[in-house]
Design a protein around this ligand. Structure first.
Ligand SMILES: [Zn+2]
Ligand SMILES: [Zn+2]
Length: 839
């Protein structure tokens, strides 16, 4: 393993001796900066006037801009981005819109955590072109490592990282220009005089890349960080020049507003209108004079860095010459309000961009912040609702992020469902608490209670306090919970084992199944045979992938029983040792009925996904899918199970799309073009690598990057029948359905069941549900009578009420059984009635 930290240290040591080889020293010198070394931490830095210490708050004496900002411009939160975009546009950068906070295009992370993450991995690797170059972007990012600090220390879960970003060949790369551009922004845009800037030399590394960087400080606050990502760390630990060198400057929009305004609290600068409305509702007051004294002390209360939190509170209180309780009484309601405002803004972006709070993976973090916010609202008895606060945020942010105003109703509904779940858990568990607090609860117990039952440690400690008991909770509890979940997800990620060792010089297999799914035979030269497995030059056999089963068939009449993809090769598994040899030309045929059925199920998966989004809302995304022969299923992100009405509506919408006879467009498109034209929603089935994406476009309905075999026209799906919906895990609903002949079969079976039920119940099919219900009720009454040895009631069935809708589903519902057991159930009831009558 290469020790990235060690290499970074070595590069920094070298850079200290040869700054001109790493840093834009000419630009710095031309603007009057000179190089100094910090007498406290020994780092090298640049300033326009002689200084013994660097700009780090611990060396230079904390924040010194509060109430006294050196910035000549006072920018509010919105203006910061507007000015940033305007000035950079003049300097040749193109302002672009943010990417979603849900990083669907990046297989390694759930959320976008930095501005550069919008372009990882494929733009940074050079596989696809950036949307503009160079560019600036207001990238909303989500990070969950400091949840417990939000409200107190100035941390945020959601923050905008304004990026100055560029991707250049080594010849074009020009760090002197990037420094000059950034200084122009700081100087002209924010109005910071150069003599108020301290610029540190440092080295950044991450994800196998490395580069020098310059950190910009003013009055003890780190304002921005410009990274010159130029090297790749090879497996042997050498530095290799990247083919594409990257400019990656990230600056917090929140901090920029805070710094120029010089207010005591960063939160006051981020959402001023939202806080104002919250205060009108709650009466919580903001005391700027108090906050001015508190803010410099806030880092002492950082739960990630403090071991004894009570001691930290005592220290801060003594510095303020206050009693600890008085300090908490003054600060905590205000901090809680900041946290509610902050968490709600994070939820607004996450949910708008298609994430749902749940118990699963990274989405769990959303539930954590949602419950933390609701917990504060509850605790203080505030008349505030998260959807309403979302709307306030959306209104304020309209000049930069108009998109979050688009589906506020949907966001509101999702948050409301989550709130109800939260209340239900609280009520259910409140009864358990007295018993719980009798036990000695370990941290693991607390996490388990929170995870499995939603009982927060605050609830336990509050309840315990009422009984005069003290329960200690780790101050970084929520970070611990989040960490545990992330770990779990990583462990469950499985890696497919390579089945064959194929020599590197064997060329990849040409896939012939993309264009025309109706082609069912082909000829190909045999490249290699390993035991029962065959590699061909080209094939129409679809290898199992993307949730679609493999094609089966024959090669020269011998059976192919499995087909899978391994790297660039498509591997055919034969039922026996092939009778042909490497170099022969063989004739291949696939089982076309199976191929047709799988194609129908695959195209229908895209159709049902689009229909579900139309019926349920924009938050619906494909979580996974499987296309079998007799049926298929699609897992969608949705916050509760579907009602029969919703299911019927999705089926109706799906069949509308089928009947419209829309021609599908199947093509290979350069990745950047596909992303630009169709957006990040194309990654429904996950991210596929490569410069070219196979795009399956059902115009006006759905566009996805997908490698499956697809129909030429939606009409070819025949008919889509939704079989059922079930919640498979938190936030994920599975829709099981069938298309084509499989759907016909199910419909035929359904019709047979209904016909038979009608005969048994002596009515027409529309009357079956009501008759079945009458039978069930009569049976129950009769059984009671038999048990009590009373005379039997009238057993004749008279109901003639008709039903409109899914007759089978309704009948199954009234009989409280599954459709396949309807006949048996009716027969049993009828037999019982007959027995009772005759005995
Ligand atoms: Zn220092
Ligand atoms: Zn697909």
């Amino acid at each position: 393993m290469v020790d990235e930290k060690k290499i970074k240290r070595e590069v920094l040591e070298h850079a200290c001796l040869h700054p001109e080889a790493y840093f834009p020293v000419n630009t710095l010198k031309s603007k009057g900066f000179e190089r100094y070394q910090c007498s406290k931490c020994n780092r090298f830095f640049w300033a326009t006037k002689s200084s013994k210490v660097c700009g780090d708050p611990s060396c230079s004496g904390g924040f010194r801009f509060i109430g006294d900002s050196p910035a000549k411009k006072k920018l509010d939160y919105i203006e910061v981005w507007e000015q940033f975009a305007k000035i950079h546009k003049k300097l040749g950068y193109t302002p672009i819109s943010r990417y979603p906070v849900v990083a669907r295009w990046n297989p390694t992370v759930d959320f976008t955590i930095a501005s550069i993450a919008a372009f990882q991995p494929f733009v940074v690797s050079g596989e696809i072109a950036p949307p503009a170059n160079p560019l600036v972007i207001p990238q909303m990012c989500l990070r969950f490592s400091d949840i417990d600090n939000v409200g107190i220390t100035g941390h945020c879960v959601a923050f905008v990282m304004m990026g100055e970003t560029g991707f250049f060949t080594p010849e074009e790369y020009n760090v002197e220009k990037y420094m000059s551009d950034h200084l122009t922004w700081l100087h002209e845009g924010m109005g910071i005089p150069f003599n108020e800037l301290t610029i540190h030399e440092d080295v950044w590394s991450g994800g196998g890349n490395l580069g020098p960087c310059m950190e910009f400080f003013s009055r003890g606050l780190e304002i921005s960080n410009q990274v010159y990502m130029q090297y790749e760390i090879t497996p042997s630990g050498e530095l290799k020049d990247l083919n594409i060198k990257v400019l990656d400057m990230g600056q917090g929009q929140e901090r920029a507003a805070w710094f120029t305004q010089g207010k005591a609290s960063v939160y006051e600068c981020i959402f001023p209108t939202v806080l104002k409305k919250m205060r009108e509702r709650t009466g919580v007051e903001y005391d700027e004079a108090f906050m001015r004294k508190f803010t410099p002390l806030a880092p002492y209360l950082n739960v990630g860095e403090v071991t004894d939190m009570e001691a930290a509170w005592k220290h801060v209180a003594s510095q303020l010459k206050m009693d600890v309780q008085a300090l908490k009484d003054k600060l905590l309601p205000l901090a809680a309000q900041y946290a509610v405002a902050e968490h709600t803004r994070a939820l607004l972006f996450a949910v708008h961009d298609g994430a749902l709070p749940s118990n699963v993976g990274g989405m769990y973090n959303l539930r954590v912040i949602l419950r933390r916010a609701l917990g504060f609202i509850d605790k203080y008895g505030w008349k505030l609702s998260l959807p309403e606060i979302c709307a306030w945020h959306a209104e304020y942010l309209k000049p930069i992020f108009p998109e979050v105003s688009e589906n506020l109703d949907e966001v509101a509904e999702i948050l409301e469902v989550e709130r109800k779940k939260y209340i239900a858990t609280m009520e259910k568990t409140r009864n358990m608490l007295p018993r719980l607090i009798e036990k000695k609860l370990s941290v693991q117990d607390l996490i388990k209670l929170y995870d499995s039952q939603g009982i927060s440690p605050e609830m336990i400690s509050d309840e315990a306090a009422k009984l005069g008991k003290h329960i200690s909770i780790p101050d970084n509890f929520y970070a611990l919970v989040a960490a545990q979940h992330e770990q779990k997800e990583q462990e469950t990620a499985t890696v497919r084992e390579e089945a064959l060792s194929i020599p590197g010089d064997i060329p990849g297999t040409k896939a012939l199944y993309f264009e025309d799914y109706t082609k069912s035979s082909f000829d190909s030269k045999v490249v290699e045979i390993f035991g029962n497995t065959v590699l061909l030059e080209q094939t129409i056999f679809y290898p199992i992938s993307g949730g679609q089963l493999a094609d089966l068939g024959t090669l020269n009449g011998q059976k192919v029983i499995d087909v899978f993809k391994q790297g660039p090769h498509i591997v055919h598994v034969m039922s026996e040792k092939p009778k042909f040899h490497a170099g022969d030309v063989v004739h291949g045929e696939i089982d076309f009925d199976r191929r047709l059925q799988l194609a129908q199920h695959h195209t229908s998966t895209h159709i049902v996904n689009a229909a579900a989004r139309k019926v349920l809302g924009l938050h619906v995304n494909q979580a996974s899918a499987k296309k079998d022969v007799d049926k298929a299923h699609l897992d969608i992100t949705h916050y509760e199970n579907l009602t029969d009405e919703q299911l019927a509506k999705i089926e109706e919408e799906s069949n509308k799309i089928v009947k419209q006879g829309i021609k599908t467009k199947l093509s290979f498109v350069p990745r950047e073009q596909a992303e630009r034209e169709f957006g990040m929603a194309i990654y429904q089935g996950g991210v596929a690598p490569g410069k070219l994406l196979r795009i399956v476009n059902i115009p006006g309905v759905d566009v996805e990057a997908c490698g499956g075999t697809h129909l030429k026209n939606t009409m070819e799906a025949g008919r889509i029948k939704l079989i059922k919906a079930s919640k498979v895990k938190d936030g994920i609903v599975r829709i099981t359905f069938a298309a084509g002949r499989a759907a016909e079969n199910i419909l035929k079976q359904d019709k047979e069941i209904l016909d038979k039920a009608a005969v048994l119940l002596k009515c027409n099919v529309h009357q079956v549900p009501a008759r079945a219900l009458e039978l069930f009720e009569t049976w129950k009454k009769a059984r009671k009578a038999v048990q009590k040895k009373q005379p039997l009631p009238d057993l004749t069935l008279k109901s003639s009420e008709g039903f409109k809708g899914d007759l089978l589903a309704k009948t199954a519902e009234v009989l409280q059984t599954q459709p396949e057991f309807i006949i048996k159930t009716i027969e049993r009831f009828l037999a019982d009635l007959e027995n009772w009558q005759s005995s």
